[in-house]
Ligand binder design. Sequence first.
Ligand SMILES: *Cc1c(COP(=O)(O)O)cnc(C)c1O
Length: 401
Amino acid sequence: MTVNLPIYFDNNATTPLDKRVLEAMMPYLGADFGNAASKFHVFGRRAEAAVEKARCQVADLIGAKSEEIIFTSGATESDNLAIKGVAEMYREKGNHIITCMTEHKAVIDTCKYLETKGCRITWLKPDEYGRVTAEQVEGAITDRTILISLMAANNETGALHPVAEIGKVAKNHGVIFHSDATQAAGKMPVNVETMGIDLMSISAHKMYGPKGIGGLYVRRHGPRVRLAIQMHGGGHERGKRSGTLNVPGIVGMGTACDIAGSEMLKESGRIATLRDRLQEEILNGLNDVALNGHPTERLPNTVNLSFAYVEGESVVLSLANELAVSTGSACSSESLESSHVLMAMGVPEAMAHSSIRFSLGRFNTTDEVDYASERVVEVVRRRRKMSPVKELQEVFGVRGT
Ligand SMILES: *Cc1c(COP(=O)(O)O)cnc(C)c1O
């Protein structure tokens, strides 16, 4: 078995740049340096043509029209623009926003900010698998509701909400539907028409594109969604997001979307097979391991497991030279809080602290999966031997074996 260490299983945090993407970007970091807003010379026009081609590639991946794509600095900015933009624009109509406790911080913190500005936020609680139902969403709608913001796929567990059903509910009630599809886009088919999505956030660096570039889909027909501008300036991106365009980044994002679209079917099948193999090998080797997230309604690349009686952190640290994985989300592990996603799902605190997220990607191999599962099993067994299991059983709420 030949593997290069450390093995990268943290593709939900970021992905490596695909070499084909880098190649497509290179001219725009060199000779083709023009400003896409310079209409009167060939440098500008070449840049503009490259941007418009990329806009079509991004739109194609999500079933949108190119004029409905706004380039931003990433999904964090897209989430901010979508949510604040709607809250400010539709203030007369209402002040109520529906979202979920398991959203990414970019959505949660934006909604918390709006709460301080007089918005009322409904924080839906997911089921034990991390999902909400369309009925739950419908039950929360009032005549003051202006926005539903629910992610397509969760970054920590991979759990998928029934987005198309939620889209129908939103449409029936005339409420704008925003979805953070940063994790779903490129990993599974997403389509703004069939899913009934009016605003969609995506990011290039989660799909083998460069960091610092993302997009926001803004529906133009049925309904035409209007946004209060968050970045004032030169009127770029139809006035919705001023600032000189990041041409190499945009070209990279377009190419990344193009590759994802054409390879998704084959790639997601291959990655799901690897992910299932990893999950199986670990579950065969150890008792008292719980899956966090839905067994089937889940991204093909993600498996989040809680290893009773051990700290996720300590396992990850023991394997730091061999395996790159996350405990909870990157952000929550920095502050060493237990994951807000797992807590919302009702996972006991000790089990949340024992969780590890494995997120596979385009460049992982079967040998890497076999190596990683073997080492995880070894390290967890060793650490469990060191811990007074019987006393911990109560804390972890798991029966002993
Ligand atoms: C990574 C991520 C973001 C943030 O994207 P950036 O482009 O890094 O700002 C937002 N939402 C989800 C679901 C993510 O996974």
